[in-house]
Design a protein around this ligand. Structure first.
Ligand code: NI
Length: 258
């Protein structure tokens, strides 16, 4: 009898191991499938849920965009955005997403928008189609692992695009209408004055939150823009407020009023 019980116990243990292993394998397969179908999520829903209904479409608005982060100054920037109830879009590099998970979570809680700026800041026109896809999908995966969200908008590094890149990436490409040259100027006062001098209704402004001087400039121009009557909105909010439905194979520079 004792021997029978022991055999039964071993059999049960074996069965348990087989079932667990099968489930683990199935889990891995599901994950792989998610990675492969980056572009299959519901983009309309993503934009719908992130849209801030407080926006007045008849009033001036601007989309501030910050590239190459997140970095060590991004939280300071988020402090300013939070203080003034402003929003921005962050075109993030995949490897930095994984390095700053809490900062990335905070962006969402403040109503900011995520953007894809590739995994390693690659100039996509110089890559093969497979590599282009991987650069975009891995960045999306990095964000998904932290937030459960996907990234819709893409900004190719250096604004570098061609037909091959568009074919590999099914997403709207978001460029800019105001280039602050903040990464080269590295001077808070000059960047602040440039933004305030240049910006008009419907602009998309290019900035980089990896530079301390840019964040210092933002601490000044964000309250000033609001005082000047601008609503600081995300790229998707700006497009929607101006009646533009973003298309997967198009490139956008600004959303000016008609
Ligand atoms: Ni960049």
């Amino acid at each position: 009898m004792k021997r029978f019980l022991r055999t039964l116990a071993v059999a049960a243990l074996l069965a348990f191991c087989v079932i667990t292993a099968t489930q683990a394998k199935r889990g891995a397969e599901t994950k792989d499938n998610n990675e492969m179908h980056w572009s299959a999520f519901d983009k309309d829903k993503l934009i719908q849920t992130s849209f801030n209904n407080q926006i007045d479409a008849t009033k001036p608005m601007v989309a501030l965009t910050f590239d190459d982060g997140p970095g060590k100054y991004t939280d300071r920037l988020l402090d300013v955005l939070e203080k003034y109830d402003a929003r921005a879009t962050f075109f993030m590099v995949g490897k930095n997403i994984s390095a700053y998970p809490e900062t990335v979570q905070r962006m969402k809680s403040l109503g900011c928008e995520y953007g894809n700026h590739t995994m390693n800041h690659k100039e996509l026109t110089k890559e093969k189609a497979d590599s282009i896809k991987k650069q975009i999908e891995k960045t999306d995966q990095a964000l998904y692992e932290i937030t459960g969200d996907h990234i819709y908008l893409v900004r190719p590094p250096y604004g570098s695009e061609n037909a091959k890149v568009h074919e590999a990436v099914e997403a709207p490409f978001i460029m800019w209408s105001v280039d602050t040259w903040d990464w080269q100027r590295k001077n808070a006062k000059i960047v602040e004055e440039y933004v305030l001098h240049k910006v008009k209704d419907g602009d998309i402004v290019l900035l980089h939150d990896i530079h301390k001087t840019t964040v210092e400039a933002a601490e000044k121009f964000i309250p000033q823009l609001i005082e000047d009557g601008y609503q600081l909105v995300t790229v998707s909010e700006l497009a929607r407020a101006r009646g533009v439905k973003l298309a997967d194979d198009d490139t956008y520079y600004a959303f000016y009023p008609e």
